[in-house]
Each structure stands twice: as C-alpha cells, then as structure tokens.
Ligand binder design. Sequence first.
Ligand code: ZN
Length: 271
Amino acid sequence: MRLLIAMMKHETNTFSPVVTDLKRFEDWGLFYGEAARRAYEGTGMPFAAYLDLAKAIGAEVVTPVAAEAMPGGPVTRAAYEHLSQAILDAVGDCDAALLDLHGAMVSETTPDGEGTLLERIRRLKPGLPIAVTLDLHCNLTQRMVENCTALIGYKTYPHVDMYAVGRQVGEIVLGTMRGAPAPVMAWGNVPLLSQTLCQGTDDQPMRGLIALARDIEAEGALAATIFGGFALADMPDAGTSAIVVATQAPAAAAWRKRLLDAAWSSREDFI
Ligand SMILES: [Zn+2]
C-alpha cells in the first residue's frame, strides 16, 4: 500500500494587505519529499499521526510537500498552484491520501483553497480514499465534504489535539480500505460569524459544544466536529459549521442537527 501524506495550510485573512507568497511559506515551513517527512515525524501534528499509521501497517509513504505560512492575506496564484501541483503530481499510483489542511485558505484564484485542492485530486483519481484534518477555524464547504472520504477538525483551541484527530480520521479511512463500510458524512452551517478569541474551548460556549461533539462520538459517531469558523476570510461559507462522520446517514443527520441547534442556541454567548 502506498499512502500520500501532505500538508498545505494557511489561515487567510482576506482583509489583510500582507501578501502570502511562496516566501511566506518558506519563512514558516516549506519542505519537500524526504525533508517533509523528517520535519514532522515525531511531532504533534496530523502529518506525524498519518506517518505513524502508515508505519504501523507497513505502508509505503509519499510525502510531496509540507507547507504552512503565517496567517495573512490571500495566497498568491503562483504559490497556490505550486503547492497544489506538488500534491497532484504525487497522486499517481497512491492508494489513499491523508491530508493535513487548515480549512480557511483563500487564494487569489479560489475562495475555497481546500475544496478546490480536494476536487482536483478526486478529478485526477475518482474514488481515491482521502482523510482530511482541518483547523477549528475552518470555513467548511460542500466542495470539501464532497471530495473526501472522512473529514475531522480539532476539538481544542489553543490547538493541542492535532495528532489525536489525525489518528482518528486516518484510522477511519484506512479502515474502509480493509473492508469497513464507507462512512457517510452530514454537514451544515449556521449564519453565525464569531470572533476567534471567543472560541476558546476551555470557555463557554465552545466548551459545551465540544462536549456535545464528544458525547456524539461516545454514542457511536466515527467523528463529530464543530467548527468555530474564521470570520476574517470573507467568503460565502465563512462561519460556524458542523460535520458528523458515521456509518448510517439518518444518524449522521440527526447528530449534525444536534450540534448545529446547540451552536445556534448559544449564539448570544459568543458576544
Ligand atoms: Zn486555528
């Protein structure tokens, strides 16, 4: 088995004048091939969790790129295309892709950096099993959900569970390759743009919403996520969203509704 493991992350503030070009990625962390593996192996990142899962099953890994830049303005066309292409060039004969993404990347060419990347991967290789981790500050879109097998977000802010969620979603996707039924996903959003500083998961209302997501996982969902969203990315899907990965569609839809209803009823608490 050959697994593609890659990271391409940026939290884009579309109101910022700071240009996010390739140099900004180089300044924070831009690694290719073996260097990408070495840079993140043994760390607390989803990328590291994916490497450990691959090792545990004796899979071969291809790590075309690991790129992250300091939050700033939209990612330039050149940088976005360069990083996407590095991943697309590696899809080739891989059996699955395990991706460490952010969820609020806006480039000069697309308001949905992650959805566009995933759509391109799937166009190249329809049906490729894809696992995706996203930041709690993700603006979830239909395009992201449609073009992957399972998707999960961090349950902590500050983010200290990145490795754990990488492992959780990676196991779901690798499980389907061993014959587990393909999971279904139900997602949705509410018209609530909260400030990131009101999204700390040790404080209300996020503490309660995260507890609900954990309850839903305890009840049998494979993964349940509530995203605080990122209001500074001015794009149509910006805001609070939820996604549940499950084995049965009706259950996924019911759990999704519980998360979104809870988020909407606590909207005053985000002020
Ligand atoms: Zn974040």
